[in-house]
Ligand binder design. Structure first.
Ligand code: IFM
Length: 454
């Protein structure tokens, strides 16, 4: 799929949200500043062997202190929207109870700075950094956590509800629930299907409890509310029954475990043999989870060619690599067709009122070089990836998929979770020793695209 020659900003709707995304723990640093509490990612990254090189988000890219210059750079690049996340333990160091006003002040300064520069704030309330104090009592496995999430949502939205345009309750509950509790590659690092399914339900319930709070506290007439899901387009890797079944399970865990409850008010039949025994559903939960959304946030990076279910207790699927295909540094296949197919499938099966692409991008090795009198980073692979995926989204949009925004992942290079700083996703390079920002070629192209220069 190569739609590049056709792409111009003017092909997309005029009121389209254009920008990039980040997340608190990946960029902020300042992990002990101004009364911030500890999160499960502080604990996890400080545990030997959990992240590459023992990297942590203690300093990250120091966005907490550099947010003003970062927002100025966003303006220079031409963003009209920016997706960031709010750190729960910065606002409520113990997860519940006493509010840390200095933490809230930071987000107020950030939001003010964005609005001054004509950039609409899209705030995600939970991007994986659960307060450790809540984890100590069982975290997302237990029902008090969604209740605490609604309280935290109330605190944040009372303060920022007059200014934030887009509210996203959760980022990628699949990753929190399954990678964090079943695979164990992410915080809190459990390896237990029961824990993962309980967490999945409680995350969804947290979303369901937070949504009416947001609607009640928001004081912007044009505010919109949604959730962001990680997705993949799952296909059988060959024409065996085994591969077909593996693709159904992959699609089940990564897409339908969350989309079915949100849009249909029930869990998917395709997973019932695995998950029903663990689901802690109580009366009224599914109605809360399925309350109407203004938008669905889609994060897409790659498709999955499933071959076989390797170990269902660990949600482990054997997959196939494609001879001759390009893979990113994450070892993810570059496949814009999968993006197009996924968007069509979501539109057809779930009919969200509106879709925002809340993340899409790629990690490739970058080299900071001296150009003519200034540093440069040539990243043709990332540039190509972004252009091709814009093309896939445009194609889906022209066929009626209601896509209304695109946030490239990521604005800046940052802490890539268990991979530490070894993978760079930014359209802006960060020289970690100096924290200097250098706009990569992909960022410069995005700037020209946003200016309407093609
Ligand atoms: O860096 C992550 C982000 O936090 C969530 N979505 C996927 C990105 C790339 O792995």
């Amino acid at each position: 799929m190569d739609e590049r020659k056709e792409i111009a900003r003017s092909d997309f709707p005029a009121d389209f949200a254009w920008g990039a995304a980040t997340a608190a723990y990946q960029v902020e640093g300042a992990y002990r500043d101004d009364g911030r509490g500890q999160s499960i990612w502080d604990t996890f990254s400080h545990t030997p062997g959990k992240t590459e090189n023992g990297d942590t988000g203690d300093v990250a890219v120091d966005h907490y202190h550099r947010y003003n210059e970062d927002v100025a750079l966003m303006q220079e690049l031409g963003f009209n929207a920016y997706r960031f996340s709010i750190s729960w333990p910065r606002v409520l160091p113990n997860g519940r109870g006493k509010v840390n006003h200095k933490g809230l002040d930071f987000y107020e300064r950030l939001v003010e700075s964005l609005l001054e520069k004509g950039i609409q704030p899209y705030a995600t309330l939970y991007h994986w950094d659960l307060p450790q104090a809540l984890q100590d009592k069982g975290g997302w496995k237990e029902r008090f956590t969604p209740e605490a999430f609604a309280e935290y949502t109330d605190v944040v939205s009372r303060r920022l509800g007059d200014r934030v345009k887009g509210w996203i309750t959760l980022n990628e509950p699949y990753v929190s629930a399954i990678i964090g509790h079943v695979e164990g590659r992410h915080a809190p690092g459990e390896q237990n299907m029961r824990a993962g399914i309980r967490a999945a339900h409680h995350l969804l319930l947290g979303h369901g409890l937070a949504l009416p709070v947001l609607r009640a506290n928001s004081r912007r007439a044009d505010a919109e509310f949604g959730i962001t899901l990680s997705t993949t387009y799952a296909e059988p890797g060959n024409d065996t029954q085994e591969a077909y079944e593996a693709s159904v399970i992959t699609d089940g865990f990564q897409n339908r475990l969350f989309m079915d409850p949100l849009f249909k008010g029930r869990y998917p039949d395709s997973l019932s043999k695995i998950i029903d025994q663990y689901l802690p559903i109580e009366s009224g939960d599914m109605e809360k989870i399925a309350a109407p959304l203004d938008f669905l946030g889609i994060n897409y990076y790659f498709r999955t060619l499933a071959l076989a279910v390797e170990d269902i207790s660990k949600a482990k699927i054997k997959t196939r690599r494609v001879e001759g295909a390009q893979y990113t540094e994450m070892d993810w296949e570059v496949n814009p067709e999968g993006f197009y197919n996924l968007l069509k499938m979501v539109h057809q099966d779930y009919k969200p009122a509106k879709i925002l692409i809340t993340e899409n991008g790629a990690a490739f090795p970058d080299v900071l070089e001296e150009g003519q009198g200034k540093p440069v980073v040539h990243d043709p692979d990332r540039l190509n990836y972004i252009q091709e995926h814009f093309g896939a989204a445009l194609k889906a949009s022209r066929e009626g998929v209601p896509i209304k925004g695109y946030f490239v992942w990521s604005f800046l290079d940052n802490f890539e979770w268990a991979y530490g700083f070894s993978k760079r996703f930014g359209i802006v390079y960060v020289d970690y020793p100096t924290q200097r920002r250098v706009v990569k070629d992909s960022g410069q192209w995005y700037q020209r695209f946003l200016r309407g220069e093609g």
